[in-house]
Ligand binder design. Structure first.
Ligand code: 26Q
Length: 823
């Protein structure tokens, strides 16, 4: 399916002189500063505003085109967008990088200096939020009219500092200097209600209800343009901010109660103040449910208003809108659309339900039972009384159908029910999203198969065609072209510029994988990237790294299932070995770790402390002779990833098989020429298929073996005792070798491995350690190493999020898309 691509009216490409004049004029007239007093931030704002202006014409043209062609639009609802910096992305997609750099330098401004000042927009926790950001860029690139909807948190992801080895959370205020990217749309203000009562509408036979909310909050829209490759299309990311309906209660103010007059507005604004910093374990707090409903309801109103502006009624909604739910966080939108259709637009229940299901699609990102969202019925009912009634109504229909037409037994009925009756009654958001959608997708082949067998087994039996797979991807613009300019320019020189518009052309590198000259050039790029990272580590942490050592990197949220602990324990074992066998020819290694822990996740925080305790010990031990360095880099975020990813020789993707839904960091590293050491989990399996089994190092239990061991009893103590390396390493950690100031610090953590070891560190330890020694051997044969590294880059094109988005477009959303990146 390819859309007829119409030429988009485009401004002439400006030269550096024109841009310099525009930046200067913006500085003067929009920022109100003279170059002699302008700060670096002023130059940054002026540059961003000029770049943004360059997008506006295309933005308006894109919006108009969708309107005139009556195109079906895609709405991506996500509580998280982990965007990072936007300036380089926008300039690069406009193909104006050299011009902007020259313009600034003619004004005496260094592009790299101001680029580093742009705040890293961290409106997300990790993979799910970053995926949403990659998808926004890819939807624009493949020319799909799409809108992202989310929350404009005043405080995004916290800033992580490491104090005495412990994580400390500090607020990140990304809006301190204003946000030059966004347009405030005061005129797009939508009232959102909470609480109150529900009354039957007289004469509607109890079908229509009138909800009389007790509280009201205003949702105000802020729009950010998102440019695709070559800025052919520019889409909108619309983020909502909560404001008080009546910011100053004038009567209270006039009565002299100045503080009380403002209290309501403070309360309203609290709603969008902060992102919940948990990436797997739902907080279950009222404010979180309020956030979910607030943004879902505002987005739906916006979507329906746009539809009704163009079409007579809502019967055609499913033909003109596809609403993708990024996990269950916006699942309450299913109920809100039901409410609007039945209570406001007077649809029959069944007709409304049909429209709802044909409009929504749901992506699941996790199988972890503790991560499946559910809300206590009393809380749900108090905040959203009408929606609670609708849950019961939908549930009645669902369970009757299952019983009558599919003869489900009691166990199956209780598994598919929207209400969890085990213990305190709760509304299950996963089941709601599933039944309210026509498509439910997983994010890697393995994850999708496991969804069918585990969380959604019974719903899958009832709706066997609904679950489908869409393996994740990453945008190659940010994650190769921009973050690794040295590698990308080598690639262009080697295989030509077609790779600019066709990432699959990377496969042309396969022909050069064994060419010594190309290998050398590839190794030189990697070396320069490692020097760049070493500089950052020296400046931020005062630690010296040897760029000729093997850079072994594990960066991601800290979670037990991701098994940073396996990596750390193996590092302890290696440290032991290096000290006991100084005569051996050890491969110099730098172990880099980074990632944030949820503030309430005790073991995750302890793992960070352990990494830092180990780093202090190892880095100061002369007997290691600098052959091993351990570094925990603070405050992992998108911008730091852009430095770490290109500098990796080895990428650690070592989750317990069956637990990482997909992973996307794994794709970024492999694309940039790192070898992966990984388990058969998530998208690692598909990476192996694409890069070839001989170019990836796989170890450990399979998902089936993990499940089998959990079923048949798993005895970690026995395994630990049988592995001398593992028992020694654990004994050292548990006895306080790395924590002389508090010898019992890790007793509990290590005790957990002996007692239950839910994530099977012990089961995989020996095979992981052996795989690491294979890596060492390979490193000593640089020609073999680089041949494999090159084959990774060459064969990762398939993991472009453009491919993922095209699959969503053709198989789920049924919208046309462009098959070429640029034109
Ligand atoms: C839910 C309720 C209340 C508070 C927080 C949350 C919450 C927030 C974020 C729950 C989960 C998340 C994030 C999940 C996530 O990032 N999952 C990752 O998604 C990636 C993209 O599909 C996958 O590659 C990863 O495997 C998966 O872990």
């Amino acid at each position: 399916m390819t859309s007829a691509t119409q030429p988009v009216p485009s401004q002439a490409a400006p030269d550096a002189k024109t841009l310099a004049a525009e930046i200067l004029s913006c500085l003067t007239y929009r920022i109100g500063k003279d170059p002699t007093v302008a700060t670096q931030y002023d130059w940054l704002s002026a540059t961003i505003k000029v770049v943004r202006d360059r997008l506006i014409e295309k933005w308006i043209a894109s919006t108009k085109k969708a309107y005139e062609e009556q195109s079906k639009r895609v709405y991506y609802l996500s509580l998280e967008f982990l965007i990072g910096r936007l300036m380089r992305d926008a300039i690069s997609n406009l193909r104006l990088m050299d011009e902007v750099k020259n313009a600034l330098s003619s004004l005496g401004v260094d592009f790299d200096i101001i680029a580093a000042l742009e705040p890293d927009a961290a409106l997300g926790n990790g993979g799910l939020g970053r995926l949403a950001a990659c998808f926004m860029e890819s939807m624009a690139t493949v020319d799909i009219p799409a809108h992202g909807y989310g929350i404009r948190y005043a405080n995004g992801m916290f800033r992580q500092e490491i104090s005495d080895g412990w994580q400390v959370e500090l607020p990140e205020t990304w809006l301190d200097h204003g946000n030059p990217w966004e347009f405030e749309r005061r005129e797009r203000s939508i009232e959102i209600g909470f609480g109150g009562m529900v009354e039957a509408v007289p004469g509607s036979d109890g079908r229509r209800m009138a909800w009389k909310p007790q509280e009201r909050v205003l949702a105000v829209a802020y729009d950010t343009p998102v440019a695709g490759w070559r800025a052919k299309r520019v889409n909108t990311l619309r983020l909502w901010t909560a404001m008080s309906v009546d910011p100053i209660l004038l009567d209270r103010f006039n009565a002299g109660d100045h503080v009380g007059a403002l209290s309501e507005s403070t309360q309203a604004e609290t709603l969008t103040r902060v992102l919940y910093p948990a990436d797997a374990t739902p907080a279950g707090q009222e404010l979180r449910l309020r956030q979910e409903y607030f943004f879902s309801a505002a987005s739906l109103r916006d979507i329906l208003d746009r539809h009704l502006h163009e079409y007579p009624d809502l019967t055609s909604l499913p033909d003109k809108a596809a609403i993708q739910l990024n996990d269950t966080h916006p699942a309450v939108a299913v109920l809100e659309l039901m409410r609007l259709l039945v209570d406001v637009h007077d649809f029959e229940f069944d007709a409304a339900w049909d429209i709802v299901r044909r409009t929504f699609c749901y992506t699941n990102h996790t199988l972890l039972p503790e991560a499946l969202e559910s809300w206590p019925v009393p809380l749900f009912e108090r905040l959203l009384p009408r929606h609670m009634q609708l849950v019961y109504a939908i549930n009645a229909k669902l369970l009757l159908d299952a019983r009558r037409e599919n003869s489900f037994d009691d166990g199956q009925i209780s598994a598919i029910s929207l209400i969890d009756e085990n213990g305190e009654r709760r509304v299950r958001m996963g089941n709601l999203a599933f039944v309210g959608s026509h498509s439910v997708n997983g994010v890697s082949a393995l994850h999708t198969e496991l969804m069918k067998k585990t969380v959604f087994a019974d719903l899958h039996r009832l709706y066997p065609r609904r679950i489908n797979n869409k393996t994740n991807g990453i945008t190659p613009r940010r994650w190769l072209q921009q973050c690794d300019p040295g590698l990308f320019s080598l690639v262009r020189r080697t295989i030509g510029d077609s790779v600019l518009d066709d990432i699959d052309a990377l496969s042309g590198l396969n022909a050069h994988a064994d060419d010594p000259g190309f290998q050398e050039a590839f190794a030189e790029v990697k070396r320069a990237n490692k020097e760049h990272l070493a500089k950052l580590v020296r400046e931020r942490m005062g630690i010296d790294l040897d760029p000729s050592a093997l850079f072994d990197i594990q960066v991601k949220r800290i979670h037990e299932y991701k098994r940073q602990l396996l990596n750390i324990v193996e590092t302890v074992a290696l440290y032991d070995q290096m000290r006991s066998h100084p005569e051996k020819d050890w491969v110099p290694r730098v172990k880099l770790l980074a990632g944030k822990a949820a503030p309430t996740y005790h073991n995750a925080k302890l793992i960070i402390k352990l990494a830092n305790d180990l780093a202090r010990t190892v880095n100061n031990d002369p007997s290691v002779r600098g052959l091993l360095k351990v570094v925990f880099v603070p405050n992992y975020n998108v911008s730091l990833a852009e430095v770490l990813v290109p500098a990796a020789d080895l990428s650690e993707q070592i989750s317990t098989a069956g637990m990482e839904a997909s992973g996307t960091g794994n794709m970024k590293f492999a694309l940039n020429g790192a070898l992966t050491i990984g388990t058969l989990d998530g998208a690692n399996i598909e990476i192996r298929e694409h890069v070839g089994a001989e170019n990836i190092v796989i170890f450990g239990l399979t998902a089936e073996e993990v499940a089998e061991r959990r079923r048949n009893g798993y005895n970690p103590r026995e395994l630990i005792e049988r592995s001398p390396e593992l028992s020694q390493a654990l004994a050292a950690i548990a006895s306080g070798v790395f924590s002389p100031d508090d010898r019992d610090r890790y007793a509990g953590l290590v005790g957990g491995l002996y007692e239950h070891d839910w994530f099977m560190v012990a089961a995989d330890f020996d095979s992981y350690a052996a795989a690491q020694r294979d890596i060492d051997d390979l490193w000593l044969r640089p020609r073999d190493w680089y041949a494999k590294a090159i084959r990774n880059t060459a064969n990762m094109g398939w993991f472009s999020s453009d491919r993922t988005i095209r699959q969503y477009a053709s198989e789920i959303w049924k919208v046309p898309y462009s098959s070429v990146q640029g034109n």
